[in-house]
Design a protein around this ligand. Structure first.
Ligand code: DSN
Length: 416
């Protein structure tokens, strides 16, 4: 168990907030698809002596003395990232997934180049050069949508867009897409139009590590990911690339985009990558998918409309349009009874991004706690009942739901 006594003695306000957050995590059902609970080993690395060290540069080529131990840690993280995903080169310094993506743009694009990526509405990410990102100003951006009827990625449509727009870079990867992505098909499209391919596998990195999703590494020129989602590590980013891009990627991260790397976080990345090589990690990821499928199945049996009518991965996206409630209302109502989710746009959503017509649910965090299919069914039934009642729940019902949530949390304690 981690000990925060030093913080308690130094700063009682911060201590109280940390303990309150620990209690919140312990007593709520965490269903934000991009969140997870790291091991204590990962947390200890983040609070270690490595935080004190400047290490601009790369192992063996630093701009500061005294980096001999830092070099060991960073080399371990890079070697493990390459081994786990079968990559030729890894850069573990990006502070976040968005920065990992930005470094790829710096490495391979010139101002005015054309980039084709998944639209935000179809489940893409802001940092895939959506109009909301600052970087989109520098490039000629075009976007693909999912198929308007099936809500599945339409590879023929992407090929048409690629032929018509001749992008220099095609981006695959999503933050709210519940189905498998065929990276081999993306590679075929990229090759047909002479484009480079970048895959952001942040959401599914853990599933890829466990061989439960096609790996993008053999197909993509660049693969980026965060280490804190299904991979269950610290908050941060990683870039994998072919050797021929190694130098350009490294110089894009430092000195072009970032200064000193966060070596305490890099140590935590090394640990999470080691954890991801263990057999138990595979079992865990298998359960993540089983739980997501149980969630989808139960919601469907309770007459709740979910995007693509199921899931292949760790997330489920509910389409709320026919129930007369918004994503914001449902997320707020669920929050009141201890189920933490996020409002999320669904494909072709016409409501604002701060309101939305959808809710995104994920199973990585609850699975880390130990939840299995039967537990997920209970949660799905509560969510369905709340949706059918248009978020209007009596005091009595609210108390009942809270008791169920508390009971499940007590059954699978997170922190003692
Ligand atoms: N914001 C993350 C998510 O929730 O999907 C992606 O970076």
């Amino acid at each position: 168990m981690l000990n925060f006594d030093k913080i308690k003695n130094t700063d009682i306000d911060v201590y109280n907030a940390i303990i309150a957050e620990k209690n919140r995590q312990n007593s709520c059902i965490e269903m934000i698809a991009s969140e997870n609970f790291t091991s204590e080993a990962v947390m200890q690395a983040m609070g270690s002596y490595l935080t004190n060290k400047y290490a601009e540069g790369y192992p063996g080529q630093r701009y500061y003395s005294g980096c001999q131990n830092i070099d060991i840690v960073e080399n371990l993280a890079c070697d493990r990232a390459c081994k786990l995903f079968g990559a030729e080169h890894a850069n573990v310094q990006p502070h976040s997934g968005a920065q990992a993506n930005e470094a790829v743009y710096i490495a391979c694009l010139e101002k005015g180049d054309t980039v084709l990526s998944m639209s935000l509405n179809s489940g893409g990410h802001i940092s895939h050069l959506s109009k909301a990102s600052a970087q989109s100003r520098f490039y000629n951006t075009c976007y693909y949508e999912v198929n308007p009827e099936t809500y599945l990625i339409d590879y023929d449509e992407i090929l048409n867009l690629a032929i018509n727009n001749k992008p220099k870079l095609i981006i695959a990867g999503a933050s709210a897409y519940p189905r498998k992505i065929d990276f081999a098909k993306f590679k075929e499209i990229a090759d047909k139009v002479g484009a480079l391919l970048m895959v952001d596998m942040a959401h599914i990195a853990g599933l890829v590590a466990a061989n439960l999703h096609m790996s993008p590494v053999p197909y993509a020129d660049f693969v980026t990911f965060t280490t804190h989602k299904t991979l269950r590590g610290p908050r941060g980013g990683v870039i994998l690339c072919k050797s021929k891009w190694a130098q350009k990627i490294d110089s894009a991260v430092f000195p072009k985009m970032q200064g000193g790397p966060l070596e305490h976080i890099i140590a935590a990345k090394a640990i999470c990558l080691k954890e991801a090589m263990q057999e138990e990690f595979k079992t865990y990821q298998n359960q993540v998918i089983k739980n997501a499928q149980s969630l989808a199945k139960t919601l469907i049996s309770e007459h709740i409309n979910i995007i693509t009518n199921g899931t292949d991965n760790h997330l489920v996206l509910i389409d709320l349009r026919q129930y007369g409630i918004t994503g914001k209302e449902l997320a707020n109502t669920l929050d009141l009874i201890g189920i933490t989710t996020n409002k999320n746009a669904i494909p072709f959503d016409t409501t604002s991004k701060t309101v939305t017509s959808g809710i995104r649910l994920g199973t990585p965090a609850i699975t880390t706690r130990g939840f299995i299919e039967g537990d997920v069914e209970i949660i799905a039934k509560i969510i369905a009942e709340i949706i059918h009642n248009k978020c209007k729940i009596s005091q009595e019902k609210s108390t009942k739901y809270k008791q169920i949530v508390e009971k499940l949390c007590r059954k699978y304690p997170l922190y003692r």
